[in-house]
Every structure is written in structure tokens, then in C-alpha cells.
Design a protein. Sequence first.
Length: 312
Amino acid sequence: MSDGCGYAEARRVAIFGGTHGNEMSGVALVSVWTRDDREIRRSRVRTEPFLCNPRAVEKCARYIDTDLNRAFTPENLSMPGGEELPYEVRRAKEINQIFGPKGSPDAYDVIFDLHNTTSNMGSTLILESATDHFNLQMVHYIKKAMAPESCMVLLTEHPQLKYSTTRSVAKHPVGLEVGPQPQGVLRSNIFESMRRIVKHALDFIEMFNGGVEFPACRVEVFRVHERVDYPRDTNGNISAMVHPHLQDCDWEPLNPGDPMFQTFDGSTIAYQGAGPVYPTFINEAAYYEKHQAFVTTCRETLAVSAIRKITK
Ligand SMILES: CC(=O)N[C@@H](CC(=O)O)C(=O)O
Ligand SMILES: [Zn+2]
């Protein structure tokens, strides 16, 4: 194709829920679709719902031994052995066998991995590559279909901060992060937003497989810039909270001098960066253990190539 990119049909798609066992929308949707998959069926693509971490779901915990969504490293996936490994490492190897192998031609085409956040992020699509024009066209389609409801795009491509996700076994990995929703809780509005995004995503794949060409476009993304930890005392304990002016303000610009943290005695710690950044995952419950109060991002507009399916 001279003026764009050709991609193979996306014939095998999986929808992952319960990568984190206490993020209930994905757990509930996968269980609904496992009982009756008519809603996610399309004529030109096979879509399978899959529960990634059943033991964590049973306990309603993020994980049993270690975070599954960090476990898909080349070291873990190539490691021999069994019973003595942490549960999630064993599970990662199984998932890689079923849906991968990661990086191989046999891997699934698309994996949607359903997550919830305690942060006020709204609906967010998470992409791992700025050069995957199939995924960029898909998120462009979803954003338009979701309007006027917003759907943000977080790009996690970063030399140090990228992590080895469950969905990364697919050729086209897509994370869905919808919040705010407390851990272990189902909220109908969050559940329904997630369900709508999956519907639009599958409609896009069906159209693509049917031969629809998607013209060049532009898409606004927020690229991960820096992790910011809570202020800590000499014992390593947190000594301040997210400032009320920042709390719930995911995706809004944070300018130099803006309040960022509030100490327990009431004083303000301001942001000292060079220019505006866009914080997200603000005060995410699961990130206290990761020493992350929020992540800053930079807003970018990506030029997306036209795409159409390769016909052999
Ligand atoms: C709150 C949460 O679990 N967020 C996900 C984000 C992602 O899937 O990229 C994670 O840290 O694994
Ligand atoms: Zn999660």
C-alpha cells in the first residue's frame, strides 16, 4: 500500500478480565460473556473471554504472589520449572502458551485487557507502541464512537517505565482502564462504559476484516513521562497525601508551582517541573506498594497512517 500500512486480518481476539483479581468490571464482564458470548460474537473474528488470575479473583486480591501484569518478561517466560515458582509466574507461562508465544507469528492478534482504577481517569485506552497504526486507528475509531463521553489514550512506551503486561503476548495489545471504582466494588456506570468500549473495538475489527479502509488521521495521546512517589520520612513512611487541588484532576494540566501534596500538618508541596504535565493514575490504590502517587504524561498528537487489510 503506497499511502498507508497493510495489516493482516485480526482473526483471533481475546478479552482478558481479572488480570487483577480485585478489579471487578473486567471480572464481571468476562463471567457474563463466558456464560453467553452472543454480545461479543462477530462474523469475521473469533473472540474469547478469559479470566487471567482465577486465584486472585477468588480472594478478591490484586494478586497472590506477584503482580501478573508485570510478569511477562522474557526471563519469566523462558524460565524452566514449575511448582516452586510464584503462582503468577506459572500463570504467565500458561497464558503465554495459550495466547502467545509473545513475539511469535502464532500469537493472538488482539488482546483487550480489562482493568479498573481507583483514580478519576474516566475511560482510558492504554497503548504500548506509538508505531502500531492498527491500534492507533482502533483507538481513533473508539474515541469517535464514544463521544461525547471522553476516552483518553495513555501511551506507556518509555525506555525505563514500560512494564511487561499480560496483554503484551498479543500482536496488538490494548489495555482498558476505567475508573473511578474502588477495589472489590462494581459500579454500573463504570461497567457499562467498559462494555461499550469493547463493543466499539470489536465493531472496528469486524469492519477492518471486512475490507473497510481507514484513512490517515490524527489521535491525541498522553505519553508516560515520569513516576512521582509520595513524600516519605526517613523510615520510608508516607509523610504527605495527594493535595485536594490535584485529587481527582487526572488529565488536567499541572503547572510549575501548582499544589501537588499536602503534609499531615497541613503544608503544601508544589510541583517543581519545567512546564505543564498531565498527571494520571492520581492516588491509585494499587500503586502505594509501587511507590507511585501518580504518573506525569505529556500530551502529543500522533499522525496515524491509513490502514487496510493485506489480501494474500
Ligand atoms: C490500576 C492498574 O492495575 N493499572 C494497570 C495499568 C495497565 O494495565 O497498564 C497496571 O498497573 O497494571
Ligand atoms: Zn489492573
